[in-house]
Design a protein around this ligand. Sequence first.
Ligand code: ADP
Ligand code: ZN
Length: 526
Amino acid sequence: MTIAAGTAPLEVLERVFGYDEFRGQQAAIIDRLVSGGDALVLMPTGGGKSLCYQIPSLVRQGTGVVISPLIALMQDQVDALSAVGVRAEFLNSTQLPDERRRVEQALLDGEVDLLYLAPERLRMESMLGLLDRLDIALFAIDEAHCVSQWGHDFRPDYLQLSVLHERWPAVPRIALTATATEQTRHEIAQRLDLGEAEWFVSSFDRPNIQYRIEAKDRPVQQLLKLIRSEHPGDAGIVYCLSRKSVESTAAALVAEGIPALPYHAGLDASVRQRNQARFLREDGLVMVATIAFGMGIDKPDVRFVAHLDLPKSVEGYYQETGRAGRDGLKSTAWLAYGLQDVMQQRRMIDDSEGDRAHRRRMQAHLDAMLALCETIDCRRVQLLDYFDEKTQPCGNCDTCLAPPESWDGTVAAQKLLSTVVRLDRERGQKFGAGQIIDILLGKSTDRVRQQRHDELKTFGIGTELSDTEWRGVVRQLLARDILVVQGEYGTLAIGDSARGVLDGSETVRLRREAPKAARGRGGSGA
Ligand code: ADP
Ligand code: ZN
């Protein structure tokens, strides 16, 4: 590219990228870097983060070095830049030595505007030595939340990145992320040594996305209904937790005449690449995927993102749903979740390899996600509050459109808790939600008779609610830490917040389960 150093950013925006004006805080961020300052940028997915480092890299003397964990996307990014005449290259472990040497030579010849680097490259002294010999315009640290151990996407190689400031103190740095709580922001600033950086925090709200969360009943049927009634022929992403459910869900959609493709880490790299390319290029495809899919995917017209399993954290949920509606048009973020999800995730946390602190963090993430699912307030208010942004009820989420009825669940909670307590105290037993609910409903199953649970004082004291309603009660009590699940069998125990409920000093307001038939956009009172 023949951009003279010092050209005005706006001119570069027009001449190179073909846009007339900057969006949001782009101009201010670019000015900050061009004048040699550091920046910490928090901007939602689709907000336009890339230009914030691409333009300063062109305007400043030398090569802009972009650290990105998204190796799979580097080729695409470089191709897109080359198409508009920007000299971009990448260096990562997927390259052959010859190719790597060619890039290194181009760098030394001063013929590269932007260099994409995988973070692990910076562990290599040879790489650092190469950078020493270059004129570096800036360092951009993309997906900066990966440096946070508190966050949901920690990458140890990111801890290395403090080397940038130590070794090249005069080179301006910009850290960018689409997801960060207040705590994560501070962690990014601290670990990357960005104490002097100016913070640019954009609103995280995505007003065109309608957030909806419902109880999981027959998930594939629920998904089909969503697609057929609201998104026929639209492109969408369906997230599932396991590879197996990705496969079976994609097959079920195809069998119902909906063009769907699977994507998960167990597929051949070539199949993954082909499916991703088709999803990006063709219209109206549904990608059924694990969370391995999507980081850095820029498809503007994804009309819906559906989750068939509970995400592990609000950050993850927000990032995944953020892939809908980048073009600003109406889109849907839809999640179905059930008690089974909570049990499963609890088990995964117990089985996970990390230390106690790590498990506590995972549990805190899960708790926040559950609280979002079970809220009777506006989803958007709750979601943005998680990112420390205050807002008003939105009018464009399920709880705003059809406010859930709430009811006084204190007595129900007491019945449930005292069953759990009695089993423990009188029998030394712990059971899962299914058995507890059978006891409350007074069901004389084989297991109930065998365990003589029909002799418990609480046997049959909960017939005022249905099985489904009791499951809703259990979920909500879990979300509030009144109940907890334990162990490999997902047994229930009373939680830290149970005391006030048991002694009657606290009331519990619960949300009424929506009847199974009446679901859908803007449906009147569920
Ligand atoms: P992010 O990295 O924040 O998710 P991108 O940098 O990929 O977002 O930008 C999202 C989309 O918005 C891209 O298609 C990009 O070309 C477009 N875009 C960014 N800035 C502008 C602008 N100032 N004017 C018009 N389109 C823009
Ligand atoms: Zn709302």
